[in-house]
Design a protein around this ligand. Sequence first.
Ligand SMILES: [Zn+2]
Length: 109
Amino acid sequence: MGMSGNDDDYEREETFEDDLYLVCHRCGKELEPGKGDWYQVSIKAVADPDVPGIDTDMSLYDISREIGDIVESVKGATERELLDDVYRNVTLHLCRPCFREWIEDPARR
Ligand SMILES: [Zn+2]
């Protein structure tokens, strides 16, 4: 015994964060759904696709299996953390003025 996981609690926490009110990621202005004056930006980031062993056509599941071997040799890092190193999907919310500035030069620091 001792295998009773608490997945329900974990999922509830994740969605709770999504349900919080939206703010612009740049200026912090509050964004109202349905008002049409802000943008949702999805960023898909994949680590250097030319690194041997990482096939970006693979599914996330395949990638996580692929790095499973590495995980065993890396002390203290979870599989999830290593996966985040290779593949990240980030969603930003930007108000219209911030979006217009940002989209012209997304890589600016
Ligand atoms: Zn803004």
